[in-house]
Design a protein around this ligand. Structure first.
Ligand code: AHR
Length: 495
C-alpha cells in the first residue's frame, strides 16, 4: 500500500539562518559519557589521541559538532572546578551523588574539556555551579579560562601548562535550578542569577554569552518570572524537554516496544513544538525584538536503562525510533530559529539518546548519529519555509501525528537540501514536491531505514541501521517526485 503527500518548497525565499548550534551536543560526568566514552587517558591500551578515544574523536569530527555543553546537567551544580586542574594524580576524588554514587577522580577537567573543544573545532558551553558553589568560585573559573593578563587565575593556568587563554563563549549560570541545581523558586534564582553573573567578567577579547537556567517542559511560570526579573542580564534562557513517558515508574524499553508505543513517542516528541511556541510567546511579551535567545540545552529520548547496566548511569540503546525523534525534532527546531538559537541533545556518548555507544575498545554509531550526519548540511543554512499536506494518524494520549515531516534549507553556496521523514511504519509515501526559485535537474541523497523500527546497532552487528544512497527520485518541469519507503528518513541535495 502507498500513501501520497504534497510539499511546496520556495528555494529562493527564507530570511532566517539555522544556527549550527541547533546541532549542539552535551557531555556530562554521568555513567560512561566522559570516562570510557570520550576519555580513556594517555596510558590506556585503547587507541587515543592525548587521552581522547581516537574512534570517538574521529566520529565526532565527522559530525561537525558545533558546540559541546559540559560538565552537566545535574553534575554541574556539585562540580568544583579546582578539583579538576593540576597534576592528575594529585586531583582529589569525589562521589558523583547524582549519578549512581560513582567515584569521580577528576582526571577529566577544565584543560581536558577545553582542549577537546579546540581539537574538535567546536564552541565550549561551560555550565557553572550555582547550586552548591560560590560566586567567587564561578568568577575565578571564568578568569582561569579566559583571562590573558597577569591575573592570579591566569598565572595558575600557566603553571598548569596552558599559556594562552581559551575562548569560552557560552556560560550557563546554573542548571535546572528548580530541581537538582538547588530546588529554588524562580524569584530567588532570578536574584542569584543577577548576582553570580555580575562577576562573570569579559576578559580581554572574550565575550561571554550568559545563559540562565530555564524551565523544564510545561513550566511557563519559570520563563515568565525569569524574563520579568532578569531580562537584559542574560543573553540566553534555557529550556529542557525530553521525550519521556514520565518521571516515576518505568519509562519503557529502548528496543522492545509496540507500534503504538512508537507512534506515542513521536507524538510526544512533536509536542516540543507547542512547548517552544508557548515559551517563545512569553519571551516575546518581554523581549519583542528577540534579543534573548531560547536555548534548548537538553532534549532527546529517555528510556529505561539497559538491563544489566549500572543504575543511575542512564545507558540506553538507540533504535530507528530514536532516529525519528531526532529528525522530527530537528525539523521543528529549524522553524523557530528566530528565537531558538541552540539545542543540545542529551547526550553525546553512552548516555540517553547518544550519538555513540562504546564498550571497552569497541564503538557503534547509533541511528541518531546518522540523522545528525545526514542533517549536518542544514547547519548555518537559510531556512526555507515549506507547505506540507499529508495524512495523519491519531495516537495514544489524543495527539494527532502527521505521517510526513520535512525541512529544507539553502546553504551558503546556494545548494538546496531537503530532509523528509516517512513516519508510517507500514506504507510507502509518494511525495510530490513543487519547487520554485530553483532549476534543479536531479536530487541525490541518502536514506536511513531498517527492517524493523526496533532495530539498533549493537557491538556484534554495528551496521544494521545505517544510511545508503537513495536514488528513487525524478524531477520534471519543476516537480520532484519520490517514493519514501515505510519508516524512512531521507536527505536530498537538489542539483
Ligand atoms: O541528562 C540527564 C539529566 O537530565 C541532566 O543531568 C539534568 O539536567 C536533567 O534532569
Amino acid at each position: 500500500a502507498q500513501r501520497s503527500a504534497n510539499l511546496t518548497v520556495e528555494a529562493d525565499r527564507g530570511n532566517q539562518i539555522i544556527p549550527k548550534e541547533i546541532y549542539g551536543q552535551f557531555a556530562e560526568h554521568l555513567g560512561t559519557c566522559i570516562y570510557g566514552g570520550l576519555w580513556v587517558g594517555e596510558d590506556s591500551p585503547i587507541p587515543n589521541i592525548q587521552g581522547y578515544r581516537t574512534d570517538v574523536f574521529n566520529a565526532l569530527k565527522e559530525l561537525r559538532v558545533p558546540v559541546l555543553r559540559w560538565p552537566g546537567g545535574c553534575f554541574a551544580d556539585e562540580y568544583h572546578w579546582m578539583d579538576g586542574i593540576g597534576p592528575r594524580e594529585q586531583r582529589p576524588k569525589m562521589v558523583n551523588n547524582n549519578w549512581g554514587g560513582t567515584i569521580e577522580d577528576n582526571s577529566f577537567g577544565t584543560h581536558e574539556f577545553l582542549n577537546l573543544c579546540e581539537m574538535l573545532g567546536c564552541e565550549p558551553y561551560v555550565s557553572g555551579n550555582v547550586g552548591s558553589g560560590t560566586v567567587e568560585e564561578l568568577a575565578k573559573w571564568v578568569e582561569y579560562m579566559t583571562s590573558e593578563g597577569d591575573s592570579p587565575m591566569a598565572r595558575l593556568r600557566r603553571q598548569n601548562g596552558r599559556d594562552k587563554a581559551w575562548k569560552v563563549k557560552y556560560l550557563g549560570v546554573g542548571n535546572e535550578s528548580w530541581g537538582c541545581g538547588g530546588s529554588m523558586r524562580p524569584e530567588y534564582y532570578a536574584d542569584l542569577y543577577r548576582r553570580y553573573s555580575t562577576y562573570c567578567r569579559n576578559y580581554d577579547g572574550n565575550r561571554l554569552f550568559k545563559i540562565a537556567s530555564g524551565a523544564s517542559d510545561y513550566d511557563y511560570n519559570w520563563t515568565d518570572v525569569l524574563m520579568n526579573r532578569v531580562g537584559g542580564w542574560m543573553q540566553g534562557l534555557s529550556l529542557h524537554y525530553y521525550t519521556v513517558a514520565g518521571w516515576s515508574g518505568s519509562k519503557g524499553s529502548a528496543t522492545q516496544f509496540t507500534d503504538e508505543d512508537y507512534y506515542w513517542a513521536l507524538g510526544k516528541c512533536r509536542e516540543v513544538e507547542d512547548v517552544i511556541r508557548r515559551h517563545c510567546a512569553i519571551m516575546d511579551k518581554y523581549d519583542p525584538k528577540k534579543q534573548i535567545a531560547l536555548m534548548l540545552d537538553e532534549w532527546g529520548t529517555w528510556w529505561d536503562e539497559e538491563p544489566g547496566t549500572i543504575r543511575g548511569h542512564l545507558y540506553q540503546q538507540n533504535s530507528l525510533r530514536d532516529a525519528f525523534v531526532a529528525s522530527l525534532s530537528l525539523d521543528i527546531f529549524h522553524k523557530y530559529t528566530d528565537r531558538l538559537k541552540m539545542a543540545n541533545i542529551a547526550q553525546v556518548v553512552n548516555v540517553l539518546q547518544s550519538m555513540i555507544l562504546t564498550k571497552d575498545d569497541r564503538m557503534v554509531l547509533t541511528p541518531t548519529y546518522y540523522v545528525f550526519k545526514m542533517y549536518r548540511v542544514h547547519q548555518d543554512a537559510t531556512y526555507l519555509p515549506l507547505e506540507l499536506d499529508c495524512a495523519t494518524v491519531d495516537v495514544r494520549d489524543g495527539r494527532r501525528l502527521p505521517l510526513l515531516s520535512a525541512t529544507a534549507s539553502r546553504d551558503k553556496e546556494g545548494r538546496v537540501h531537503l530532509s523528509l521523514s516517512n513516519v508510517d511504519l507500514n506504507e510507502a509515501q509518494e511525495v510530490t514536491v513543487r519547487l520554485s526559485g530553483i532549476t534543479a535537474r536531479k536530487a541525490v541523497g541518502e536514506v536511513l531505514t531498517a527492517e524493523h523500527v526496533t532495530d539498533c546497532n549493537t557491538f556484534d552487528q554495528p551496521d544494521r541501521v545505517r544510511p545508503v544512497p537513495f536514488k528513487d527520485t525524478k524531477i520534471e518541469k519543476g516537480v520532484l517526485r519520490l517514493t519514501l519507503p515505510a519508516k524512512s528518513i531521507v536527505t536530498l541535495e537538489l542539483q
